[in-house]
Design a protein around this ligand. Structure first.
Ligand SMILES: [Zn+2]
Ligand SMILES: [Zn+2]
Length: 215
């Protein structure tokens, strides 16, 4: 289970794109390619990785903007993952970016795999567990990854360092996000490292002790 990762903040909203890769097979998943396709593909090339798929923690435009370009430039078929309940957001990208005062005529790739809670994805021999955590958006998901080192959680815009995702955008729900975090995230092992959708990394232990939303 030799998994490594690189975090690349991209775009105007500095979304953390994560390249998760198996050191042996060089297969990778790209999480949330929110913009700056060149920056992302440069790293893929430098590390000689093969892209197996693009996984979206949710369908907000700042996590999606480079997805289509990456799919188009790939030499082989790339799977595209999203939770079913973010379908509506996925299909309304322009309305979303306009509400942030940004102008983009964003084209999204076809979703090839609709995610479900508790589903298990595989990257070479490694298992990635899908945890559906609605609240920031209806289809927001976190991804739990066991490794030789501390486990990882890619948390999208659900949990941040010292904060949680906003719930005032379409489909957001404060009660739901709190329930998702308390029943599905804070029960994970304390040593789990969290890579949020924006900002610095943290851990379950750190958030349990310091996040003003939970203590
Ligand atoms: Zn978001
Ligand atoms: Zn975001």
């Amino acid at each position: 289970m030799s998994l490594s990762y690189q975090v690349i903040p991209v775009g105007e909203l500095q979304c953390n794109c994560v390249i998760l890769f198996d050191e042996k097979s060089k297969e990778c998943f790209i999480f949330d390619p929110g913009d700056e396709k060149e920056k992302i593909l440069d790293i893929v090339k430098k590390l000689s990785l093969k892209i197996n798929g693009i996984i979206h923690t949710h369908a907000h435009f700042d996590h999606v903007m480079a997805s289509s370009q990456i799919v188009k430039e790939a030499k082989s078929d790339i799977s595209v993952y999203l939770h079913t309940e973010d379908k509506k957001l996925w299909e309304n990208q322009e309305m979303q970016s306009a509400s942030f005062g940004l102008n983009s005529s964003l084209d999204t790739p076809k979703v090839t795999h609709w995610l479900k809670d508790n589903q298990e994805l595989k990257l070479a021999e490694n298992k990635i567990k899908v945890i559906h955590t609605p609240g920031h958006s209806p289809g927001s998901c976190c991804f739990y990854i066991e490794r030789d080192e501390n486990p990882l959680l890619i948390s999208g815009d659900t949990v941040f360092f010292g904060s949680i995702g906003r719930t005032d955008l379409w489909g957001g729900d404060m009660e739901q996000i709190m329930k998702s975090i308390k029943t599905k995230i804070l029960i994970l092992p304390n040593e789990t490292e969290i890579i949020p959708g924006h900002g610095p990394s943290t851990s379950i232990k750190n958030e349990k002790g310091h996040n003003p939303f939970f203590i």
